[in-house]
Design a protein around this ligand. Structure first.
Ligand SMILES: [Zn+2]
Length: 244
């Protein structure tokens, strides 16, 4: 039988824990660099490493151009693909994998996971894993939540499916900015700041548009090339699996 003192202590500990979680939620749900919910991968303390990551593809209009320029510069990147788009473009997915890039899960239909029922979250992730694994013949190990939304149950389900959640620490609104120069300049400022602080850079651009499979992504692809040219002599381009 537990003593009264032990019971009080346990109750106090639980209440203190709840306070921490409630207070932390505000911070963690808004800042991608937060690791409060545990074991999400952002970027380690390794100055000079830069992971280019591309979300919302595959996009038959723009992903091939991006693959050409990455090959031209000898850079490998991480692609977080939508399962529904991947199923429609299996040859393009195979081309991404054959070039040595890392493929991750970005859900089937790009829902807001902060308000999606747990069973639906599981279906979104599991269905995408199955489609990607069937297309490329390799296990998918990384997952990026759409909109950066996350809550403990999302990360738990991802872990159960063998997926490491991946966030980011450098992003701008490349999906709505018509000027590649402005996209590149804003991201360069973030890269420089992170590098000065001794941190690796986990940078997001969008080669796809979750609302439109062939959405225009010229500024994002051009900005990627400008950033590669700017940093290829000072930074080492890595894929996110280099950090695990
Ligand atoms: Zn997305």
């Amino acid at each position: 039988m537990a003593s009264l003192a032990t019971g009080i202590s346990a109750a106090f500990g639980a209440a203190a824990g709840l306070g921490l979680v409630a207070g932390g939620w505000f911070y963690a749900s808004r800042w991608p660099a937060s690791r409060l919910f545990g074991e999400a991968l952002t970027a380690p303390a390794r100055s000079g490493e830069l992971a280019l990551t591309f979300d919302d593809g595959p996009n038959p209009a723009w992903t091939p151009k991006l693959l050409d320029l990455l090959a031209h510069h000898g850079v490998q990147a991480t692609f977080f693909l939508l399962g529904s788009f991947a199923q429609a473009e299996p040859e393009l997915v195979r081309r991404i994998a054959a070039a040595g890039h890392l493929i991750g899960n970005h859900t089937w239909s790009h829902p807001h996971l902060s308000s999606t029922p747990a069973a639906k979250v599981h279906e979104e992730l599991a269905r995408t894993n199955e489609a990607l694994e069937q297309i490329v013949g390799a296990k998918v190990r990384y997952f990026r939540p759409p909109f950066g939304a996350r809550r403990p149950v999302v990360f738990r389900i991802a872990r159960e499916l063998g997926l490491t959640p991946v966030l980011w620490n450098a992003m701008t609104s490349d999906w709505s900015e018509p000027s590649a120069e402005r996209v590149a300049a804003r991201l360069a400022a973030k890269i420089d700041k992170l590098t000065q602080r001794g941190r690796a850079v986990n940078l997001v651009l969008h080669d796809g548009n979750h609302r439109e499979r062939e959405g225009k992504r010229g500024p994002s692809v051009t900005a990627a090339e400008q950033l590669i040219r700017r940093y290829e002599s000072t930074h080492r381009f890595v894929m996110v699996d280099a950090w695990q």
